[in-house]
Design a protein around this ligand. Structure first.
Ligand SMILES: [Zn+2]
Length: 158
């Protein structure tokens, strides 16, 4: 039943959206997301809290609540942090063989800081990729900013 509703409404919306949507470059959207900015305009802040994505972009009004990043950002963050720090841990151990408390006092804070720095950026990049690939509802929400403004002003005039 839900599929039928979506199918009917998407059929009507698709033609209008095709005329007004921008081309979306995946790498630019990911870079904008990585810098914690809206993948559409690159100006508005993606987050209103540390890891809470804003429902809409404060700058261009792009709907951002469609994202389904789920477990991908923590997974990629763990992968990246591990590949950055593990070689350092191995090199330090092989060269100087420090006590375990020295290892813990160096690598534990570095791991926490790098993870906290990277996680919102990776989540932003995942959101940017989902937006660029028109996944999870981004297909119909994303009009170009000028098209959205003209549609909005058209509504106000009527
Ligand atoms: Zn925006």
């Amino acid at each position: 039943m839900t599929v039928e509703i979506t199918k009917n409404s998407s059929g009507e919306i698709a033609d209008a959206v095709k005329k007004k949507t921008c081309n979306r470059t995946w790498w630019r959207a990911m870079l904008r997301g990585f810098s914690r900015k809206c993948p559409s305009c690159g100006k508005g802040n993606l987050y209103h809290k540390f890891l809470k994505i804003s429902d809409t972009c404060p700058s261009c009004g792009e709907e951002l609540h469609h994202h389904r990043a789920d477990d991908a950002p923590p997974y990629f963050t763990i992968f990246i942090v591990g590949h950055i720090l593990l070689p350092g841990i191995i090199v330090v151990e092989k060269l100087w063989r420090p006590e375990i408390w020295i290892h813990m006092s160096i690598w534990l804070p570095l791991t926490i800081l790098l993870t906290l720095w990277l996680l919102p950026r990776v989540k932003g990049a995942v959101l940017g990729l989902q937006w660029a690939l028109r996944m999870h509802g981004f297909e119909y929400s994303a009009l170009c900013a000028p098209a959205r403004q003209s549609a909005k002003s058209g509504q106000n005039n009527n």
